[in-house]
Design a protein around this ligand. Structure first.
Ligand code: SF4
Length: 274
């Protein structure tokens, strides 16, 4: 479990000279280990997500924690669970600056409806965009590189200072997301997947039971919504994520699964699969 000290307390404490001296001490110990994740997985096996989150937030043993949400078609479930457990838990949105306007509006709706008290937005570095995506067309010839500068790097920046983050990953979403543990460790940081064992019926039932707002594009056939240039409608019977990066041999943005973030547009991961 994390050893919290001034090294993780964030820039807002910098005005205190005493705290500033603490910040000079770098704690290089891993904050969480796989043993911690294994113990948490065992402890909460069979425990519903709401009960688990309430217990974890009440104990306050996970250090600095935040939810990362794309405000996609299924995001409302996790955000509702978290907000019911503790509406002060920070909610971070990575705005790639290529989002649908409907997603931005949906974010506002959910923040207001759920009473989320601490919502923030992280965006790509403007200098990097000017250098590597000046025409905003990098998605069309190098989607991995585009995701790297618009999603992966900004999220990495947002996670600086966090001991743990909460993801909305679900095992059923596609065959690439099988067997998601509820607790994982990445670079010493705990990653919570409260919905890791949820199936589509669970989500639908939760939406209905709590009368949650739906993403405005879902009714139009967008079952999984990411950036506008890389999202298309899904035909009946298709995997929900089939509309993401359609035509490309790419299924993940790199936030959950590392991708080669090199500038090489000919990388094998970027080959179209027409
Ligand atoms: S999803 Fe598309 S537009 Fe969005 S960051 Fe990735 S490649 Fe770029």
């Amino acid at each position: 479990m994390p050893q919290m000290d001034g090294s993780q307390s964030g820039a807002s404490d910098m005005s205190s000279s005493a705290t500033a001296r603490k910040l000079d001490t770098i704690d290089s110990r891993p904050r969480f280990t796989q043993d911690d994740a294994d113990a948490l997985n065992a402890r909460f096996e069979g425990v519903d997500a709401q009960t688990m989150l309430r217990a974890l937030f009440a104990e306050d043993e996970l250090g600095e924690i935040a939810v990362v949400s794309s405000f996609g078609t299924e995001s409302a479930v996790l955000l509702h669970l978290v907000a019911k457990a503790d509406p002060a838990i920070p909610v971070v949105f990575v705005d790639t600056l290529r989002m649908f306007p409907e997603t931005l509006a949906y974010r506002e709706t959910l923040i207001e409806t759920f009473g989320i008290k601490n919502a923030s937005v992280v965006t790509p570095n403007v200098d990097v965009l000017a250098e590597k995506d000046p025409n905003e067309l990098r998605w069309s010839f190098d989607p991995d590189g585009c995701c790297e500068i618009r999603k992966v790097e900004p999220l990495a920046r947002a996670k600086n200072g966090l001991d743990a983050w909460i993801s909305g990953r679900k095992a059923f979403q596609s065959i690439t997301r099988e067997n998601i543990a509820r607790f994982e460790v990445e670079d010493g940081r705990l990653k919570l997947n409260p919905l890791g064992n949820w199936i589509k019926d669970d989500l639908d039932a939760y939406f209905e039971e709590h009368d949650l707002p739906r993403h405005p594009l879902e009714a139009e056939g967008y079952l999984s919504v990411g950036c506008a240039p890389c999202t298309s409608k899904v035909a009946p019977g298709e995997d929900a994520r089939a509309g993401r990066w359609r035509g490309w041999d790419k299924t993940e943005c790199g936030i959950h699964t590392p991708i080669d973030g090199s500038d090489d547009a000919d990388d094998a991961n970027n080959q179209p699969v027409f």
